[in-house]
Every structure is written in structure tokens, then in C-alpha cells.
Design a protein around this ligand. Structure first.
Ligand code: V47
Ligand code: SF4
Length: 402
């Protein structure tokens, strides 16, 4: 008890813990001193750090940056197609190119009709992501973005990834610079984090089906950041990669962030093994998922936010992740997100109302904050009382309404 009374911070508590080796204590000291950890130390954490140590350290950083604040937003996903000419081995979309008739390929008008279905809903963002096909080219997306903006100017367009941009700019024979400028002029507001997978060529060449490489992915983000727009970054983990490949991945992101400061959020994506060419690979355990969030939080000192994508990992793991460095759990997504349900995600029809999402956050004693895409506060739910609800008081396991 005395020891606990004397420590100033949870990192300091670790330093006073007798059964930790000197490397782990050195890392805890660095975190306490706000010093960056090295590549080898990152790998060491994966190989040797106990779960409780990782949680303590990552939570310490999370609370230093954000206190208990946990962000979410109100968004919806639009997937132009689930057919794709690339052959990523982890993706349930790639297999459909041989039986195209089983998939969908929406026209511009169909996509605009879907946008209009949200007219009465208080969503702030549309996240556009899907397969790559030749008819979805530069002019298609220019027209789509312009029409969305003409219809609902304040709706934030977070769209496509360097995978699509690399493909469509090459086809159009224009540079990345010119292409991204045209997208921004048409209404693109930011870029989601997809297509990153694992950057290291030892792994990327085996899983990413010939799409853009690490340098191209990073360069397109850099150009977007130079235009003054923000983006996210992901990492698809838990398949054939080793720990060193994960650290290599987040190291490259950390370096680009040092250069541009344009990334908002890092989102680790757990590999799900249904309906794809890697179905024989067992999925990572919940413990591994929590360790991975924590190590990302510790390593990526220049990223403001770490996001858990709840439809992929399920609600309970999302709740636990809030004690392992995560401070964002994405949004109230409607059930149009098929890429994950097809790959076997926890949530077969992922949709949560704002009230459910707020309760999910509150019931692990965190403050729920609705944000827009750029992390401006839309509504602070800390003391908010929903109709027919008792005022929230402290740490209670509120039921999550399903
Ligand atoms: O790049 C595909 C992943 C990504 C599987 O920026 C799979 O806010 C797991 O990037 N198992 C696209 N993952 C989604 C994405 C994303 C999601 C949520 C929020 C944001 C954001 C970005 O989905 C792909 C790929 O890494 N994916 N198949 C699978 N079987
Ligand atoms: Fe296509 Fe993206 Fe799936 Fe790869 S991950 S097959 S690029 S939709």
C-alpha cells in the first residue's frame, strides 16, 4: 500500500515492480520521460512484455493524451462494388472477379440514391471504400464527390485508399500530385487508412495481390497531407507476418508522421479468416489483439489517436481495448459494410445506435464524445441524459441494448 501511495504515475509503478526485467523497466522509464522507443524495443515488447505491463503503460499514455475521453462518430459506409481485380489473399472480395454476377457494381445514380437515404439522419461522414474495377475511374469519382457535395455540402467525404488512387491515376496517365489535387478539388475531404496491410515486401508480396506497394501507399498519403488534408492508417495483422514486420510497419508510419503530421488515427485491423484464401490460418486471440493495441499506443508516440474498429473485433473486445491504449471506437455504422461481414467479423450486421455506443463506452467508465472526422467535438455525452434514463453515476456495468 505504501509503495502505491508513493508512486506518481502508473509508469512509475511499473518501475517499482520487482519482477520486471531491466529492458522492460527501461522502456517504462522512457515512456514516463516521453522518450521514443526503438525498433528493437518494440519487438522486445511483442516477445517479452506481460499483458498487464502493456495495459498499464499503454493506458498511462492514453490517459496522458486524452484522459478518459473516448471518441466515436456518426458515419455510414458506401461500397461501390464488392468485385475486385486484385487478388489479396486475405480478402473475401477478390474471389468474386471470376463470378462477377454474384457481386454488386453500383452506378453513380445508385450511389447517390444511397447517399440520399441518409438525408434525415444526423451523420457527419460518408466512408467510401470497396473493390477496384476499371469503370470506377478518375471521372467517376470526380463526379461522385461533386454530386455528393452539391447534395449535402457539410457531409465529410472520407474516400478511397492509395490502392484505388494508384490504379486510377496510372490508368488516366496522370501523376499522384495532379490526381490528388483533382480529387480534393472535386470534394474529397480526407482519406481512410485502408490498403496498408503489411508494408514489408517479404509479406506484402505474398498477400497484397499486386496492388500498390509500401512506398506508393506512403507517398500518396504524403501528397494528401501536403494539400492540407488528413488521413488515417491501418495495419492488417494476425496472419503470416512476424512481430518484426509489424514494427517495421508502424515504424514507417511513425517516420511519415514525423515529416507531415497529417495522420489522425492508427487502426490495427485483426485478420478475419472466413471466405478468403487464408482461411486455414487461425485468427489471433483476444489477448493478442489487446497486446497489439497496447504496443501500437506505446510505439506510435506521434499519433494522437488509436482506434479499435468494433464491427471487426466485437463489442466486448472494443470495450477492453479502451484500457489498452485505444481512445476511439469508430462510429455508428450502418449495416452496409460487407467487407468484414463476408470475412467473418464478430458483428454480422454491424449497426449501433448512438445510445448503444455511448452505453458501451460508459459501462467501462469512459467518457463518450461524439466527434466529426477531424476530431472536433460534436456532442460531449459525459453528463448527457438520454430520455427515460437514470443519470449515469460512476462505474456501473450498464447493459448494452442490442
Ligand atoms: O485494407 C480486408 C481490411 C481494410 C479483411 O480509416 C480485412 O477510419 C480483416 O481500412 N480481415 C479496409 N481485415 C478497411 C479500412 C478501414 C476500416 C475502418 C475505418 C477506417 C478508417 C479504415 O479492410 C483493407 C484490409 O486491410 N480487410 N479483408 C479480412 N479478411
Ligand atoms: Fe481488392 Fe482491397 Fe480486397 Fe485487395 S483488399 S482484393 S484491393 S478490395
Amino acid at each position: 500500500m505504501d509503495t502505491i501511495m508513493q508512486v506518481q504515475s502508473s509508469a512509475e509503478l511499473l518501475l517499482k515492480t520487482s519482477n520486471l526485467d531491466t529492458s522492460l523497466k527501461r522502456i517504462a522509464q522512457k515512456v514516463e520521460d516521453q522518450e521514443r522507443i526503438t525498433f528493437d524495443e518494440g519487438v522486445y515488447l511483442y516477445e517479452h512484455a506481460p499483458l498487464g505491463y502493456l495495459g498499464t503503460l499503454a493506458n498511462y499514455i492514453r490517459e496522458r493524451k486524452h484522459g478518459s475521453k473516448t471518441y466515436f462518430n456518426r458515419n455510414f459506409h458506401l461500397e461501390p462494388t464488392n468485385v475486385c481485380l486484385y487478388t489479396c489473399t486475405f480478402c473475401s472480395y477478390s474471389r468474386l472477379i471470376k463470378k462477377r454476377e454474384e457481386g454488386w457494381e453500383y452506378t453513380l445514380d445508385e450511389m447517390l440514391d444511397m447517399i440520399k437515404k441518409y438525408d434525415e439522419k444526423p451523420v457527419t461522414e460518408v466512408h467510401i471504400v470497396g473493390g477496384v474495377l476499371p469503370q470506377y475511374d478518375v471521372s467517376f469519382y470526380e463526379e461522385l464527390f461533386k454530386k455528393i457535395k452539391a447534395h449535402r455540402p457539410e457531409l465529410h467525404i472520407k474516400a478511397l485508399t492509395p490502392v484505388e488512387y494508384h490504379y486510377i491515376f496510372k490508368k488516366e496517365k496522370i501523376s499522384y500530385e495532379e490526381g490528388m489535387k483533382r480529387m480534393a478539388d472535386a470534394g474529397l475531404d480526407s482519406m481512410p487508412g485502408g490498403g496498408a496491410e503489411i508494408f514489408h515486401p517479404e509479406i506484402r508480396d505474398q498477400i497484397a495481390g499486386g496492388k500498390c506497394n509500401a512506398e506508393q501507399w506512403l507517398r500518396i498519403h504524403e501528397i494528401l497531407h501536403e494539400l492540407g488534408l488528413r488521413s488515417n492508417a491501418t495495419m492488417l495483422y494476425g496472419h503470416i507476418e512476424e512481430f518484426k514486420h509489424r514494427i517495421d510497419h508502424i515504424e514507417r508510419l511513425r517516420q511519415l508522421q514525423d515529416k507531415t503530421g497529417g495522420f489522425q488515427t492508427f487502426i490495427p485491423l485483426k485478420f478475419r479468416n472466413k471466405n478468403n484464401q487464408m482461411s486455414h490460418i487461425a485468427e489471433s486471440t483476444t489477448v493478442e489483439d489487446l497486446r497489439n493495441y497496447a504496443i501500437a499506443r506505446i510505439y506510435m508516440d506521434n499519433f494522437d489517436h488509436i482506434k479499435a474498429y468494433w464491427p471487426m473485433i466485437g463489442r466486448e473486445t472494443a470495450q477492453m481495448s479502451l484500457a489498452f491504449g485505444v481512445n476511439d471506437i469508430d462510429g455508428t455504422i450502418d449495416d452496409t459494410t460487407k467487407i468484414y461481414t463476408m470475412a467473418g467479423s464478430e458483428e454480422q450486421s454491424p449497426a449501433l445506435s448512438t445510445r448503444e455506443l455511448v452505453n458501451l463506452i460508459r459501462s467501462v467508465n469512459r467518457e463518450a464524445i461524439e466527434r466529426d472526422t477531424l476530431y472536433n467535438v460534436v456532442q460531449d455525452y459525459t453528463d448527457y441524459q438520454f430520455p427515460n434514463e437514470e443519470v449515469y453515476k460512476g462505474y456501473v456495468a450498464l447493459p448494452v441494448v442490442n
